[in-house]
Design a protein around this ligand. Structure first.
Ligand code: ARG
Length: 264
């Protein structure tokens, strides 16, 4: 995670970002700290990276790397305003002793668009990550990739339209939740085939960035406004934990955007 010490909304690269609307950096830091403490309270170890003054979106750690079994695929941002973030994260991985760190050639916004399910990597495209990055991810990470097409600009990254509640096991597919309206008709059909038991989120669930949730298989951390989704999640046996991310949402981000998962 990366503290939002320099968080602002001074440019607009998604429909959530309005540079004319006031943002409180101090409140963003408090909300981010509460998210970090939530993970720690649930028994997770959190590593942090030093924030950088000229990179207000650096708080969205999910966009800077995809780590599976200790192999790191770095990122390449579409927007020039965020481009420099990638190298700070690359250096962080090297400092931490990761040996297999590969930087992509194609635009690749990492876990923003690449969602690991335990057996396949779901890969979004349409707004940010280049479809060519999907094949690259398969080569570098050595996992099967399923491409998904996003069509609604409010849900410009896959991780604001879909999340994994429970990873796949040897005998069952992953358990996921998603908002169908974020995807093209063909992708909706593909998702129904792959995940017939998925939780289907409503427009209201999606509109508060409720799908930008983080699950460890038992606990699901999600925005406080996502009450309907939380009830669905609870009905399926998971424990919801609410966080307030109102300031970060002004940049189009939620709990998952602030969180890069280090797998192995
Ligand atoms: N303002 C950031 C952007 O538009 C938000 C990124 C949110 N990150 C995410 N993983 N969805 O790039």
């Amino acid at each position: 995670m990366c503290e939002p010490r320099y968080f602002t909304v001074e440019y607009s690269i998604n429909p959530w970002m309005d540079p004319n609307r006031p943002v409180s950096t101090e409140l963003a830091v408090r909300q981010w700290t509460a998210l970090k403490e939530t993970y720690e309270r649930l028994g997770h170890q959190v590593e942090t990276i030093q924030p950088q003054p000229a990179l207000p979106d650096m708080v969205f750690a999910a966009n800077s790397g995809t780590v599976i079994d200790g192999v790191v695929l770095g990122s390449r941002f579409r927007a020039p305003q965020r481009a420099a973030e990638a190298d700070f994260y690359r250096k962080w991985f090297l400092d931490k002793g990761y040996r297999d760190v590969v930087m992509p050639d194609r635009v690749n916004e990492a876990e923003g668009d690449l969602v690991w399910t335990g057996d396949v990597l779901l890969a979004g495209t349409g707004f940010r990550t280049d479809p060519g990055a999907h094949a690259e991810a398969q080569e570098v990470l050595g996992v099967p990739v399923v491409s998904l097409h996003l069509v609604d600009p409010r849900y410009y990254h896959l991780d604001v339209a879909l999340f994994v509640l429970q990873n796949a096991t040897r005998t069952s597919r992953a358990h996921i939740a998603y908002y169908p309206g974020a995807f093209s008709p063909g992708t909706q059909r593909a998702l129904r085939r792959l995940y017939p038991n998925a939780i289907l989120a409503t427009e209201a669930d999606a509109a508060c960035l409720g799908l930008n949730a983080v699950s460890d298989g038992h606990n699901v951390v999600l925005p406080v406004e996502a009450t309907h989704l939380a009830a669905e999640v609870a009905a399926q046996g998971y424990q919801p934990h609410f966080v307030d991310i109102s300031e970060l949402r002004k940049s189009g981000g939620g709990p998952k955007c602030c969180t890069m998962e280090l797998r192995g």
